[in-house]
Design a protein around this ligand. Structure first.
Ligand code: ARG
Length: 595
């Protein structure tokens, strides 16, 4: 960093070159360690937490289990304390030590780092908030995984949104990420659709909208199957031919798959979601599925029930599960077992993550258990990232909400909203695209705002409002920051960081608050990697947006006569824009410049 703080000792896990608040934390830890032997710097460092309101950092002394009374210990630290460039003051409240950082250093250090890691990186891409903890490691992240010819429901949308976030997150932490879409493109239902297609299929409709048409066929033939058992038998026979590789039985299926993938790919593009690999249940070979059955059999875990093979996982409270049907055809569970093994053979991953609904917790635990029973060492590095239900978009039989409808609806709600402000609306270059982006932000934020495991109710009104913690509000906050450069051209270009009068910002608590928040962003990313929770990033984005919004009135740019001051403020806001934008991008949202 071009701005130099005094030198500090190194601490494992701290990375001041990417997270400058780490150096302030080291400075705090050093004081406490020096005052309270035999505590080491490393030990204390682990105990430096963010403080509650009005406090920068806090240390809870009891965690160190030192002999003696805590207030005596606290007093020892306070007596020996001397302010320096990092730390301004320390106070104590019973067992807690509260530290405040030196405001001018905080402002300068954080803003300089944000700037340099946004504009002066060796990769050329913005890096503020990223880290290299995953360097040299490979992760497969499987998400979305809809079923072709069935519907892409909100459950898949959640997997898509959370999975896209995780892909971005792992990349931001230096991992080599393989994002994978494991399509439900195999199974008895394709026998059913094939039978249905002979009766209800139309090539023209198929070309128009494959997913919708196949779904209609599926719904119709399902109805028939309810009254006519012959339909199911015909479907099973058809699927058996598919499994045996009968080209005639496979011909149509191939076309359906291809058209569905094409259609999905377009929608993913719109969603700002990308996959390195489109695979699917159909791609899983027989070899490992057979092998799994053999191994489990040797272990005495397989029983035969009228020709079907069952694995007994009762011992692990995971019930009994069919691994092979009596007609010899494969099944969802077995394909997941074989599929995982093939993925390891091909990618030699260090970690594999499945983003699958909590409705499939049992299924997922079962196949992960089987892989562990087969003693694959890598099976231990599989993680299931699950999530709760989306309520209020219920799928009455046949009237399913398709992904495309959701996206279109969100865009049109936002379009109507935008039109209400004629003047602004007229200034937007591409209102269609803009309303789409705002709508997508609405959907995504609603989805990621709370802990994954919580259910939530889909609420058009709430999520598309510009008030409250919504996607549109974040987009608006970003647009407002961006507009600063358009509205104050006379202040541009800003001088290099070293020549910006950041000390003038110290007059404003609101400016300090923004800088401190910006400084926490690298930690927000680290925490998200540990918890796999997007909600932490969402919360950060809103805290930042709120801090900015309360600063507008006191930390003004337009109308500030002192150019030095005006420029410093502008720089603060531009750094805030860059970090807000980075957080939004991490959440797979495309930040807008105008709306
Ligand atoms: N296609 C499945 C469904 O829609 C989800 C697949 C999840 N991934 C997996 N490896 N089982 O229910």
């Amino acid at each position: 960093m071009s701005f130099k703080l005094p030198t500090l000792p190194e601490v494992p896990g701290a990375d001041p070159t990417r997270a400058v608040l780490d150096s302030f934390k080291i400075a705090i830890a050093k004081r406490v360690a020096d005052a309270l032997p035999p505590l080491t710097l490393e030990q204390v460092y682990q105990g430096v937490d963010y403080g509650k309101k009005g406090v920068d950092f806090t240390i809870a002394l009891p965690r160190f289990r030192l002999p003696g009374k805590v207030d005596v210990l606290a007093k020892t630290v306070i007596d020996q304390f001397q302010a320096d460039d990092f730390v301004e003051s320390v106070t104590h409240d019973k067992a807690f030590l509260h530290f405040m950082l030196k405001t001018p250093s905080l402002l300068r250090a954080v803003l300089t780092q944000v700037h340099e890691l946004t504009y002066d990186t060796s990769s050329g891409a913005p890096e503020y908030g990223t880290n290299t903890s995953g360097a040299g490691k490979k992760v497969i992240i499987e998400y979305s995984s809809p079923n072709i010819a069935k519907s892409f429901h909100v459950g898949h949308l959640r997997s898509t949104i959370i999975g896209a976030f995780l892909s971005n997150l792992y990349k931001a932490c230096g991992w080599d990420v393989v994002s994978m879409n494991y399509l439900g493109d195999w199974g008895t239902q394709f026998g059913l659709i094939a039978v249905g297609f002979e009766k209800y299929g139309s090539d023209e409709e198929l070309q128009k909208d494959a997913i919708k048409h196949l779904f209609d066929v599926y719904v119709n033939i399902n109805k028939d199957a309810e009254s006519d058992p012959g339909v199911k038998t015909a479907a099973a026979a058809w699927f058996k031919r598919m499994e045996e590789g009968d080209e005639d039985a496979l011909k149509n299926w191939r076309v359906w798959r291809e058209l569905s993938v094409k259609k999905y790919a377009e929608e993913y593009d719109r969603l700002n979601v990308h996959f390195d690999v489109y695979t699917g249940e159909s791609k899983v070979g027989k070899k490992w599925q057979d092998h799994a059955l053999e191994r489990l059999n040797e272990m005495g875990l397989i029983s035969d029930v009228e020709g079907a093979k069952l694995v007994d996982l009762e011992k692990w409270k995971l019930g009994k599960a069919v691994l092979r049907k009596k007609d010899g055809t494969s099944i969802y569970l077995t394909r997941d077992i074989g599929g995982a093994i093939e993925r390891y053979e091909q990618h030699k991953f260090d970690k594999m993550i499945y983003v699958i609904s909590s409705q499939q917790d049992l299924h997922t635990s079962q196949f992960i258990k089987v892989l562990n029973l087969m003693q694959f060492p890598w099976a231990q590095s599989i993680e299931h990232v699950n999530y709760g239900l989306v309520l209020g978009m219920s799928t009455r039989k046949g009237t399913v909400v398709f992904l495309e409808q959701i996206i279109r609806e969100a865009a049109s709600v936002m379009h109507d909203q935008m039109k209400k402000n004629q003047e602004k609306y007229a200034a937007v270059e591409d209102p269609e695209q803009t309303s789409l982006e705002v709508g997508l932000a609405a959907i995504k934020i609603q989805d990621m705002a709370a802990k994954r495991i919580n259910n939530y109710t889909f609420n058009w009104d709430r999520m598309t409002s510009f008030e409250g913690d919504t996607g549109p509000y974040l987009q608006y906050a970003h647009v407002r920051l961006t507009s600063l450069t358009r509205k104050n051209p006379e202040l541009l270009p800003l001088p290099p960081p070293a020549q910006i009068a950041t000390e003038t910002l110290a007059e404003h608590p609101a400016a300090r608050e923004i800088a401190f928040l910006l400084g926490t962003y690298p930690d927000v990313v680290r925490t998200a990697l540990r918890t796999h929770e997007p909600s932490g990033v969402v919360t950060f984005a809103f805290r930042l947006a709120h801090a900015i919004s309360s600063a507008w009135e006191t930390v003004v740019v337009k109308g500030e006569a002192d150019v030095e001051r005006a420029r410093a403020r502008m720089w603060l806001y531009l750094c805030a824009r860059d970090v807000l934008g980075a957080a939004m991008r991490l959440l797979s949202i495309r930040p807008l410049e105008r709306m």
